[in-house]
Design a protein around this ligand. Structure first.
Ligand SMILES: Cc1cc2nc3c(=O)[nH]c(=O)nc-3n(C[C@H](O)[C@H](O)[C@H](O)COP(=O)(O)O)c2cc1C
Length: 336
């Protein structure tokens, strides 16, 4: 009997296949179908710092106007059932998903600065989330901001969010960090329990006929797996974190590779949103293929596989480093 179970952020999961933060958590019925198909946990789409700040400014304006007018103003006071601002909807979605599903539900906050908005970490916890993912998506365009200042700000934000909650915290990082091992270690020392590698950055493009900057959401491919695969391999066993791999997980081989690098879970978005096969069917297929591969290669459990190809476990640790880069460039000349 093959054991697909894993643990992530202290949660016991029946297998390593997790839905990445995406619109897949927006519809309860669809989420239930993903659970029935075998997914082991779901990360919700993010609640954004900007969304919270915007809503709270609006609420502030509304309440101030109400109290300033007269006693009659009390009648303006919003009925809590009807007054559903964005973040409130989010919290309701956490509670609804928790009610509908048996698998763990991981909330997601997305922001960059410390401040009142981080109170929502606690509110997401109180709404029933089993863990929280904090996404630190940021594009540094300020020429006066140094890498050290930016990293310090992220570490402080992680500490602030962690101090507000008692559920486990994972931090979703960008691959564009000057010295990732050090930063990863500091994020964990600040209180994070897990690292989600990596945030997928959507790059703007130019439309040449309209001379406009355009944005499009491109589907990842399995080739995108290489970047998180390398970094999880390097960090595994050296940073005391549970790793989740996201970006480029499309098939059973991608999941197996994630595990061997040292991930506890593989998170999928693109394949489930836009793959040729409907998401529930695809999940079932991938789980079957993982089991078949493990049987054929005489693996009894996923846990036995985790980290087996990490940098500290392989015979050739330099394969992850600069030496590999030189080898690759040299080997190209030899290719017919
Ligand atoms: C349509 C869409 C919406 C997403 N929304 C979020 C989000 O709200 N928060 C977040 O942290 N990541 C979000 N992501 C990123 C995914 O969680 C995931 O990290 C990324 O898509 C890479 O995984 P993939 O290669 O399986 O697509 C989104 C991705 C897609 C495609």
């Amino acid at each position: 009997m093959i054991d697909l179970s894993t643990t992530y952020l202290g949660l016991n999961l029946k297998n390593p296949l997790v839905v990445a933060a995406s619109p897949l958590s927006k519809n309860i019925d669809k989420a239930r179908k993903l659970e029935e198909a075998g997914i082991s946990a779901i990360v919700m789409h993010s609640l954004f710092e900007e969304q919270i700040i915007h809503e709270s400014l609006e609420l502030d304006h509304y309440l101030t106007r109400g109290t300033d007018s007269s006693a009659e103003a009390l009648s303006y006071f919003p009925d809590s059932d009807k007054y559903m601002v964005g973040p409130e909807k989010y919290l309701k979605q956490v509670a609804d998903l928790k009610k509908a599903l048996n698998i763990p539900v991981i909330g997601s906050l997305n922001g960059v600065s410390k401040g009142g908005w981080t109170n929502y970490a606690k509110q997401i916890q109180d709404a029933g989330a089993d863990a929280l993912e904090l996404n630190l998506y940021y594009i540094p365009t300020d020429f006066d901001l140094t890498a050290q200042e930016l990293e310090n700000a992220q570490v402080e934000l992680v500490a602030e969010v962690k101090s507000a909650i008692s559920i486990p915290l994972a931090v979703k990082l960008s691959p564009f960090v000057t010295a990732l091992p050090n930063h990863a270690r500091r994020i964990i020392e600040a209180g994070a329990n897990g690292l989600v590698l990596f945030n997928r950055f959507y790059q703007p493009d130019f439309n040449l006929s309209e001379l406009k900057v355009v944005h499009s959401l491109d589907l990842s491919t399995s080739a995108d797996l290489r970047l998180p695969l390398r970094w999880i391999s390097i960090l595994y066993g050296k940073v005391n974190a549970d790793f989740a791999l996201t970006s480029g997980v499309h098939n059973s081989n991608d999941v197996l590779k994630s595990m061997m690098a040292g991930a506890k879970v593989s998170m999928m978005a693109s394949e489930l949103l836009w793959g040729a096969t409907p998401a529930p069917q695809r999940i079932a297929e991938i789980l079957t293929h993982i089991q078949e591969w493990m049987e054929k290669h005489e693996y009894q459990s996923i846990k036995q596989m985790q980290g087996s190809m990490s940098q500290k476990s392989v015979n050739e640790p330099a394969a992850f480093e600069r030496a590999n880069y030189m080898n690759i460039l040299n080997s190209f000349r030899d290719t017919p």
